[in-house]
Design a protein around this ligand. Structure first.
Ligand SMILES: [Zn+2]
Length: 425
């Protein structure tokens, strides 16, 4: 998320400019003070002052000299991405995972909780609190916790409006359960929206300020970042493309609508199609597989030339493409990134989607929309959860960094031998 360009007080302006420097280094890697001043439109004196402040917080450091124009050498600056860390928590229907990331999105370690018992959701919530609390206790570098939950998530009141196949999650008030639970701030987002933040922050191919992340997995969701800010809607639950109908008289959906896109291209829908009598013959043993396993098997078979598998992948691609046409026409993003399990269908799916968009989306818009498959190395939704926290940190580096510095020094004061010293790379 980019910061608002407006700041009303000198303190707010200073925080805003510190945030711009941190975000600039996050995107760019290394830069000199002079380059930074030029590109961020700040005076050299202002940059020197802001950089000194950020160095004192340990957020950035000098990296030796750089070649610059005119043969002069200048000192390089870089973000200490591993100095500050965030926790990401991914809530799927029956699986919860917790990951520790640095603020550049690199996964440091992760753990999976035992499968959630649908009759004991409070037990799962308590377990998350315990495990995250334990990590915070032993790791003073953590500055925030981000959580990604299946949508539609009513962000303003902290509740999930609908979770297909796992209704128990609807009873959880996430803000009440986690809002004040930890020593660091906690931020919660719907999974596809979190995924959009992850793409924007952590994938260097994603450079546009208006992008859409199209999550096609067990559910179908969408996160749209328009000119640097997530499209929210009045309750923080906008852009639920999975429940946009593509057939007035189509399959009934748990949301009450008919013909929802999710009923045709989610992994659940694909698995259901593979289990129908005419298809079951083509995919022996498919009934006993999980949704994820069935889809992985389908995509493998399609790659090795299996005719029925190829036909089914093409049908799925048409639905995904149909979704992309709607995304182009509704939001006009510069880049659409398709992610989660169905993106594993690969090039065959991508090319068919691109063809459909080039034929059906509005002329004038379609020529300017790039469509890509997600390439984030770790689990995209878990990374998204981390991105929710990291984006807040990048927006408020000074205040959140200060809190961490305080907690690091407190810890060192109490346990002088246990504080791990940081060595700049
Ligand atoms: Zn629906």
């Amino acid at each position: 998320m980019r910061s608002s360009p407006y700041a009303s007080t000198p303190k707010a302006l200073s925080e805003l400019n510190q945030s711009r420097i941190v975000q600039y280094l996050h995107r760019r890697g290394t830069s000199s003070r002079a380059q930074m001043a030029r590109e961020l439109n700040l005076t050299p004196a202002a940059v020197s002052k802001l950089v000194a402040r950020l160095i004192s917080l340990g957020l950035i450091s000098e990296t030796g000299s750089l070649d610059s124009e005119g043969g002069r050498r200048s000192i390089g600056l870089t973000l200490n991405a591993d100095r500050y860390q965030v926790i990401g928590v991914k809530f799927a229907r029956s699986l919860i995972s917790i990951g520790l990331f640095d603020i550049s999105g690199r996964l440091l370690d992760s753990e999976e909780l035992p499968p959630v018992d649908p009759d004991d959701i409070p037990g799962a919530v308590a377990e998350v609190r315990t495990r995250v609390g334990r990590r915070l206790e032993t790791n003073p570098a953590i500055v925030a916790v981000g959580m990604a939950v299946p949508g539609p998530y009513l962000r303003e009141i902290g509740r999930i409006a609908l979770v297909t196949n796992m209704p128990g999650w609807r009873g959880v008030d996430f803000i009440h359960e986690f809002g004040q639970a930890f020593r660091v701030p906690t931020f919660i987002e719907q999974d596809a929206r979190a995924g959009a933040l992850a793409q924007s922050l952590f994938d260097p191919r994603i450079s546009a300020s208006s992008i859409a992340y199209f999550l096609v997995g067990e559910g179908v969701g969408l996160g749209v970042i328009d000119r640097g800010a997530l499209v929210d809607g009045s309750q923080g639950a906008a852009t639920e493309i999975g429940h946009v109908s593509i057939d007035l008289n189509g399959l009934p959906c748990e949301c009450g609508n008919r013909g929802c896109l999710e009923c045709y291209c989610s992994t659940v829908a694909i698995h259901r199609r593979m289990c129908q009598p005419d298809m079951q013959i083509q995919f022996p043993g498919v009934k006993a597989m999980t949704h994820a396993k069935a889809c992985a098997c389908l995509f493998d078979q399609a790659r090795s030339g299996h005719k029925a598998a190829r036909t089914l992948v093409d049908q799925i691609a048409d639905y995904v493409g149909y979704g992309c046409v709607t995304i182009v026409n509704a939001y006009n993003p510069a880049q659409i990134i398709i992610g989660d399990m169905v993106a594993a269908a690969g090039t065959r799916l991508l090319e068919r989607v691109q063809t459909m968009v080039s034929q059906r989306a509005l002329p004038g818009l379609r020529e300017h929309t790039q469509i890509l498959l997600s390439r984030l190395p770790a689990d995209a939704t878990l990374t998204g959860a981390a991105a929710v926290a990291a984006s807040q940190f990048l927006e408020h580096p000074a205040s959140m960094g200060r809190t961490a510095v305080k907690s690091i020094s407190t810890r060192r004061a109490h346990h002088p031998s246990s504080g791990k010293e940081h060595h700049d790379q």
